[in-house]
Write a new protein. Structure first.
Length: 54
């Protein structure tokens, strides 16, 4: 069967939400992604760079 699995969206911090919004906007502008109304989606996972300076 080709059924969508319904999941509650993951909670993200206010700071992480800003990072996600900025990255998605950049990808949209660059044409790397496009808007979709699909019933399928993957969760966003933020990974810190090993050498990142905070």
């Amino acid at each position: 069967l080709n059924m969508a699995h319904l999941h509650t969206p993951r909670r993200v911090s206010y700071a992480d939400h800003g990072v996600i919004e900025k990255q998605v906007a950049s990808w949209l502008k660059d044409g790397k992604i496009r808007p979709s109304n699909s019933e399928y989606a993957s969760p966003v996972v933020l990974v810190s760079e090993k050498d990142a300076i905070d």
